[in-house]
Design a protein around this ligand. Structure first.
Ligand SMILES: [Zn+2]
Length: 166
């Protein structure tokens, strides 16, 4: 099997942040995949499924309703390792460009009140696993991280140079 590019990132040196994971050409359009990395791998606890699930519903609903970006959002969903989310957007887009949307989204989620969008048995496959308070806490932490983010939170760690054989 070929190695998937996202497995080539050194996760031991990866900081939480916002990264361009990949860009794919799909029938005359570029699709940009963003790595919304909320937790530092192996240094911080991963998120619980209930908190991630609630965040997924709230953030996806918010982004799809955004006037500027809504029609370009292809997919927003959790990473299996529970350290963050992937966001797929139509267009050749950089982190500076998408950052305001991500900030708005997590700011919105951080003090969300009321019914979680789509959290009914008809609309969702396991709507009993929802933790709104957890979702809000993780959203607030990530929002604050973005506000104070530095270059290193937007650029993947450089690849380790393989030692050359003598
Ligand atoms: Zn669901």
């Amino acid at each position: 099997m070929l190695k998937i590019p996202s497995f080539e990132i050194d996760h031991l040196r990866l900081k939480p942040g916002l990264y361009v994971s990949r860009k794919d050409e799909v029938s005359y359009e570029t699709v940009t995949t963003f790595d919304i990395r909320m937790k530092r791998p192996y240094r911080e606890d991963v998120m619980d499924t209930g908190a991630m699930h609630a965040l997924e519903h709230i953030c996806a609903a918010y982004m799809r309703n955004d006037e500027l970006w809504g029609s370009k959002i292809l997919y927003f969903g959790p990473m299996g390792c529970r350290t963050g989310f992937y966001l797929l957007v139509v267009g050749d887009i950089g982190t500076e460009e998408i950052l305001p949307l991500i900030e708005r989204t997590f700011d919105f989620a951080s003090d969300y009140e009321g019914e979680i969008p789509g959290a009914t048995p008809i609309e969702c496959g396991y709507c009993v696993d929802m933790d709104l308070e957890g979702a809000k806490a993780h959203a607030a932490l990530y929002y604050n991280l973005l506000i104070d983010a530095k270059k290193e939170n937007f650029n993947y760690p450089k690849k380790r140079q393989k030692k050359e054989k003598p």
